[in-house]
Design a protein around this ligand. Structure first.
Ligand code: GLU
Length: 295
């Protein structure tokens, strides 16, 4: 029962049940979110992806749906919210699409490259680390944020204080993710467990089927903030995860336009306003956005 309840809290199912006098649940507050001025739609030329999106009148954006403060889908309304969702919206506005013209589609970590290659999504915004292997398959705009790999354990855990303590421990991460690959490669004595999503890992952590969850600190901070009595982050950050916006590899016009959009919204303050209203709620003040890499 405890496990079920916690899962419900993580999914935000209890947000409507707050009694008078109880503090409001933490989470993106819609009123504080910026809105982005929609620019004229045809400014960007030469992008096959955008031409197709204009033809259908909708932009299809890949995202996560179970990462609090980053990409989270309200189970009742189906509405997506979080920092990644705001990044997707500010970019869409510069490409000529209003928020109601964006169809968000949940794509798990392991399926991002194929989704972009098959044209299932026009672009992807969901804690997606830029690296050379992935660049062989997709294009990346950004980075728009730098995260780092960390560990989430149960509140009462005393043995695991950092990645060096993972020998013999069951360590859960998402299939196809860079943190999963790093555990397999750099911590061969750990016992890696892969699920499609980090929320499945967190359920298994609370249910004592695994000993730790590993992924980006941003993602883990969100789960910890939702269940502070049961979970905690431990240890140093042990990687750099620069977040990019995934685009189809051959669409250089789109990649360049997304970079322009990121740069503009970083400079005009939208980026910081969006951060403060979403990821900032997990307790880390806004850093400076990293320089964009126009490779
Ligand atoms: N940023 C890491 C990655 O892209 C972990 C987060 C995720 O799986 O989305 O693999």
């Amino acid at each position: 029962m405890k496990r079920l309840l916690t899962a419900a809290v993580l999914l935000g199912l209890l947000t409507a049940c707050g009694k008078e006098g109880t503090p409001p649940p933490k989470g993106p507050q819609p009123s504080a979110l910026p809105s982005y001025q929609v620019r004229s739609g045809d400014a960007v030329t030469g992008s096959a992806t955008l031409d197709a999106a204009r033809g259908r009148g909708k932009l299809v954006v890949g995202a996560k749906e179970d990462q609090p403060y980053l990409g989270a889908k309200d189970p009742a309304s189906g509405v997506y919210s979080g920092f990644d969702i705001e990044i997707a919206k500010m970019v869409a506005a510069d490409l000529g699409f209003r928020p109601d013209q964006i169809d968000f589609r949940t794509i798990a970590s392991a399926n991002r490259e194929t989704a972009l290659q098959n044209g299932q999504v026009d672009y992807y915004v969901g804690t997606y680390t830029i690296n050379d292997n992935r660049k062989k398959l997709v294009g990346f705009a950004g980075p728009y944020f730098i995260a780092g790999q960390s560990l989430l354990v149960r509140r009462d855990e005393e043995d695991i204080k950092g990645p060096e303590d993972l020998s013999g421990k069951r360590v859960c991460s998402a299939a196809g993710s860079t943190p999963y690959q790093r555990i397999v490669k750099d911590y061969p004595k750990a016992r890696p467990v892969a699920f499609d999503t980090y929320s499945a890992c967190v359920d298994n952590l609370i249910g004592v089927q695994v000993d730790a969850v590993t992924t980006d600190n941003t993602i883990l901070l969100g789960y910890a903030a939702k269940a502070p009595d049961e979970l905690k982050l431990v240890g140093p950050l042990f990687s750099k995860e620069p977040y990019g916006i995934g685009v189809p590899r051959s669409d250089n016009a789109l990649r360049s336009a997304v970079n322009d959009a990121l740069q503009r919204h970083e400079q005009n303050g939208d980026w910081k306003r969006a951060y403060d209203a979403t990821l900032g709620l997990s307790g880390v003040p806004a850093p400076e956005p990293p320089p964009i890499d126009r490779y």
